[in-house]
Design a protein around this ligand. Structure first.
Ligand code: ATR
Length: 263
């Protein structure tokens, strides 16, 4: 039986196993997908195990998306440009790191039917997933990408990877068409971002990477002000589906049943 893992720290909250195991069953694939709590020192052994075919593929989540790169032989263009890996596979005996968060974000935003071409986008946060969002937004032809992070230095580090982004001081809200919450604020029900959105007019898109809870305070505020809102559920499903396709060669079906797994 083939074996797949999602690794992270913490990892208990991850719903990747539910999704992947559902699709494995639907497609009659003899494999199992489990979550594994790891520390940085475990990463080398994990990668050796993939090379020795004891493990068939791995998804990587916070906080290892960047540091795992040290243990890989090659990166896809997307992983290289974002310095972020969420999917590992073996090809011609080489350990390859890829990034399906990019496609996940792009497909999710396309589903929302919000036209992004030539628009201004403000990203809140500068954590592990933000480089993927920037890459996807550039692909989608946005006009301007602004990044604001509580710790400015982390936003400035992103500026080294992506020269065209504009760094905004935390607390300032410039004019935008789409705003993305990529901070971890909202993961707990009572979390509230300490920013004043009251001057935002309607017709913008408020997008939250968080999908659990379904509606964060950030999305509730956006909605109350008359804007469109979208949570991170579709991005999560699409990034998982892209990893599944890489490992199994089959595009898994995304239907109501799949959506319910994450509710
Ligand atoms: P990592 O930084 O390890 O990649 P992450 O969960 O991907 O982890 O990122 C957490 C993001 O949420 C960061 O941008 C963090 O801001 P800092 O860089 O200043 O830590 C942001 N964040 C977490 N708590 C926050 C808070 N109370 N207010 C504003 N931003 C917060």
């Amino acid at each position: 039986m083939k074996k797949f893992f999602v690794i992270g720290n913490p990892i208990n909250h991850s719903l990747s196993p539910e999704l992947h195991n559902y699709w494995l069953k639907e497609n009659n694939i003899n494999a199992i997908y489990e979550k594994k709590l790891m520390v940085t020192n475990d990463l080398k052994k994990l990668c050796d195990d993939i090379k020795e075919r004891k493990i068939d593929g791995v998804n990587v989540t916070v906080p290892f998306k960047n540091i795992i790169i040290n243990n890989l032989d090659n990166l896809t263009l997307e992983a290289k440009k974002t310095q972020s890996v969420n999917t590992i596979f073996l090809k011609n005996d080489q350990l390859i790191g890829h990034n399906t968060d990019i496609d996940g974000f792009e497909l999710a935003v396309k589903d929302s039917k919000f036209e992004l071409k030539d628009k201004k986008v403000l990203i809140l946060g500068a954590g592990g997933v933000v480089s993927s969002i920037i890459f996807a937004l550039n692909k989608m032809g946005v006009n301007e990408i602004m990044v604001s992070n509580r710790t400015k230095e982390k936003a400035e580090n992103l500026n080294k990877l992506f020269k065209d982004i504009k760094i905004i001081n935390w607390g300032e809200i410039p004019r935008f068409d789409m705003i993305i919450n990529a901070t971890s604020v909202g993961l707990s029900e009572n979390d509230k971002i300490d920013l004043d959105f009251s001057k935002i007019q309607g017709e913008k898109l408020f997008y939250d990477i968080i999908y659990n809870p379904k509606e964060t305070e950030f999305l509730r505020t956006g909605k109350r002000l008359g804007n469109k809102t979208e949570n991170g559920k579709k991005m999560f499903i699409y990034q998982a589906a892209a990893a599944f396709k890489i490992w199994h060669g089959t595009q898994p079906e995304i239907n109501e049943e799949v959506s319910k797994i994450l509710d």
